[in-house]
Design a protein around this ligand. Structure first.
Ligand code: GLN
Length: 197
């Protein structure tokens, strides 16, 4: 349970959904994989994992989840997206493949694969005032970057060069990096707090 007897979901079409299920269960949540609309109906919040956003988009449409997901987001369901999941939540994507759509909800512009081939995976420490000490050890894997933060969204974390890599907007949270692989549970706790609220 997420503190109120309600399950939380992890979108399990593709990507590293198992790691998110393990983190959420470790925090005491009743976390379940979501692959169909009836499963989405049962959860009070959703994590969208890392993976490949263009594939996740296609599968969401094939599985009849795209419109139900958009409806739940519009309805205020708490959602936490990591990496490809952040891309899925962005209102606008640069360097998308032809025909790629996003669920939207976050008033941001993200660029896919923003770190190129030289630097496509790296790790760094991020000071995130909202999460307190210590800094977050952030793992980036073919990550997007948030190039524009609109008036409805708030930047939570920036790289040394000022580029934004974590944002929040109401019940939506997005990170370009992968806390589910580092053992730092603060983002998942923040998501669960939104579900309980
Ligand atoms: N590059 C991937 C995409 O465009 C995201 C990578 C990730 O989720 N680790 O969807």
């Amino acid at each position: 349970m997420a503190g109120n007897g309600q399950a939380v979901g992890v979108l399990a079409l593709q990507g590293d959904f198992r790691e998110h299920l393990a983190v959420l269960r470790g925090l005491g949540a009743d976390a379940v994989p979501v692959r169909r609309e009836s499963e989405l109906d049962e959860v009070a919040g959703l994590v969208i994992p890392g993976g490949e956003s263009s594939v996740m988009d296609k599968l969401a449409r094939m599985f009849g989840l795209f419109d139900p997901l958009r409806a739940r987001i519009a309805d205020g369901m708490p959602v936490y997206g990591t990496c490809a999941g952040l891309i899925m939540l962005a209102d606008t994507v640069r360097d998308a493949i032809a025909g790629q759509r996003t669920l939207g909800g976050l008033d941001v512009v993200v660029r896919r694969n923003a770190f190129g081939t030289q630097n496509d995976s790296f790790e760094t420490e991020l000071a995130i005032p909202e999460l307190g000490d210590p800094p977050v050890h952030a793992v980036f894997i073919r990550a997007p970057v948030i190039e524009e933060v609109g008036p409805h969204a708030t930047a939570l974390a920036t790289l040394g060069d000022g580029r934004v890599v974590a944002v929040e907007q109401g019940s939506l949270l997005g990170t370009a990096f992968h806390p589910e692989v580092t053992g730092d549970t603060r983002f998942h706790r923040r998501f669960l707090d939104r579900v309980r609220a």
